[in-house]
Design a protein around this ligand. Structure first.
Ligand code: SF4
Length: 227
């Protein structure tokens, strides 16, 4: 894909949604950290159902440690892998207090040293809490980047590196949210809604769907598989 097309794709995504936001509910970097850790392999919806009550009970590392494992698990038990997530969150709270005065750190290294925080979670926090132009590649972004030809890559790290290289600077801060939302609601895994896609004429996917009821369909693919 050439640079002019890439620019036009982001110009259209920006025009449609000038200030994209995370769909997770949070009111501080700590709450965002907790919500993102909880959202691994779970829907934002399930996380948003649990976090208002959890944050009323504990919205700081100190308060979450006081809540304890059982107390924390009670709030998040409807979220997948909640036991592991509770253990990781309490470990993260301890480290935040011991090493960062109870604050969420602003560097990738310090974030990734926290239990339950990998590269993607660190990127989301750097971008959404601290305004860094990082791009956290999840399954939606991986799919959109490969299908469209925007930034093809065989795994999420390859796609992230390519996106950071090719996304024009003016779009880098919000690229992550535009691409996630596009993948979640339009360029869906099993049934991309190509007829109502605002970048249809720019997208280089060879198997675009033709209409609502029929036409060609793209099958859902996971990172690591060829699209
Ligand atoms: S045209 Fe279809 S495949 Fe291409 S980005 Fe839009 S929804 Fe996805």
């Amino acid at each position: 894909m050439n640079a002019a097309k890439r620019h036009e794709i982001f110009a259209r995504l920006r025009a449609a949604n000038p200030a994209p936001r995370s769909e997770l509910k949070f009111a501080s970097p700590f709450e965002l950290l907790v919500a993102v850790v909880l959202s691994a392999q779970a829907t934002d919806k399930s996380v948003n159902l649990a976090t208002p009550g959890l944050f009323r009970a504990a919205n700081s590392p100190e308060a979450m440690l006081k809540l304890g494992r059982r107390g924390l698990e009670r709030h998040i038990r409807r979220i997948g892998l909640y036991r592991t997530k509770a253990k990781n969150l309490l470990g993260a709270c301890r480290l935040l207090i011991e090493k960062h005065s109870g604050e969420v750190p602003r560097t990738r290294e310090a974030l990734q040293a926290l239990p339950g925080v990998g590269r993607k979670t660190a990127n989301v926090i750097l971008n959404t809490a601290f305004g860094e132009p990082t791009i956290a590649v999840d399954t939606h972004i991986f799919r959109v980047a490969n299908r469209t030809g925007l930034a093809p890559g065989k795994d999420v790290v390859a796609v992230e590196k390519r996106l950071l290289k090719v996304v024009p600077e003016e779009f880098r801060l919000h690229a992550h949210h535009w691409l996630i939302l596009h993948g979640r609601y339009v360029c869906k895994a099993r049934k991309p809604d190509c007829p109502r896609c605002l970048i249809n004429d720019l997208c280089e996917f060879p198997h675009k769907s033709k209409d609502e009821g029929g036409g060609m369909r793209a099958e859902g693919k996971k990172p690591g598989k060829k699209l």
